[in-house]
Design a binder for this molecule. Structure first.
Ligand code: URA
Length: 211
């Protein structure tokens, strides 16, 4: 296992991922599964969020109870367009998180990412950032996104995906060895078009039904 990579091998994650991989899984089902799996990924990735204690009143007593110290300081950044699927799931679990978007598409001939949109919240310096994209294939989009996001100086940065190719992880870590990667699986390889094998196909097309 490469350093700084966490494979989230929880049985529910693995089961749902298998359903997503199946070619016969419909767009509606794929979307639901991506939402569900993203909640489970969020659960793991946010394990180290700090807590603070607030005095509350239960029906029976007062107590000092734990709450997230900085829920509104968390920024989820979606690499469009497929990142939207992970974003939707994570927001169900962390509804007060702030959201950024970065629009990148892969030039089909060069596989180089081209930026077409960039918007993130202000005051990034004291925010923890989770960058989400279902597929880390060549790693080029993730590298470009993190290059750009590092310019905003977040307090911390993690990359969360569903599937990664070994080539993509290696490429990403050449540029950003300091950024932890969380993924549900590391697949075998990339094909000549930059698709992950065995993978799940084009995540954006499967999520939005564009093919
Ligand atoms: N992007 C996808 O959506 N799927 C892949 O297999 C690779 C990149």
């Amino acid at each position: 296992m490469p350093a700084n990579v966490t494979v989230i091998d929880h049985p529910l994650v693995q089961h749902k991922l298998t359903l997503m991989r199946r070619a016969e899984t419909s767009t509606a089902k794929f979307r639901t599964l991506l939402t569900e799996i993203s909640m489970l990924l969020a659960y793991e990735v946010t394990r180290d969020l700090p807590l603070k204690y607030e005095a509350i009143q239960t029906p029976l007593a007062t107590m000092d109870a734990p709450v997230l110290a900085a829920e509104k300081k968390l920024v989820l950044v979606s690499i469009m367009r497929a990142g939207q699927g992970i974003l939707d799931g994570m927001l169900q679990l962390i509804p007060s998180a702030r959201v950024g978007h970065i629009g990148l598409y892969r030039d089909p001939s060069t596989l180089i990412p081209v930026e077409y949109y960039f918007k993130v919240p202000h005051d990034i310096e004291d925010r923890d950032m989770l960058v989400v994209d279902p597929m880390v294939a060549t790693g080029n989009s993730a590298i470009a996104a993190v290059d750009r996001l590092k310019e905003t100086n977040p307090k911390s940065l993690k990359l969360v995906c569903l599937l990664a190719a070994p080539e993509g992880i290696q490429n990403f870590q050449t540029y950003h060895p300091d950024v932890p990667i969380y993924t549900a699986a590391i697949d075998e390889k990339l094909d000549e078009h930059g698709y992950i094998i065995p993978g799940l196909g084009d995540a954006g097309d499967r999520l939005f039904g564009t093919k």
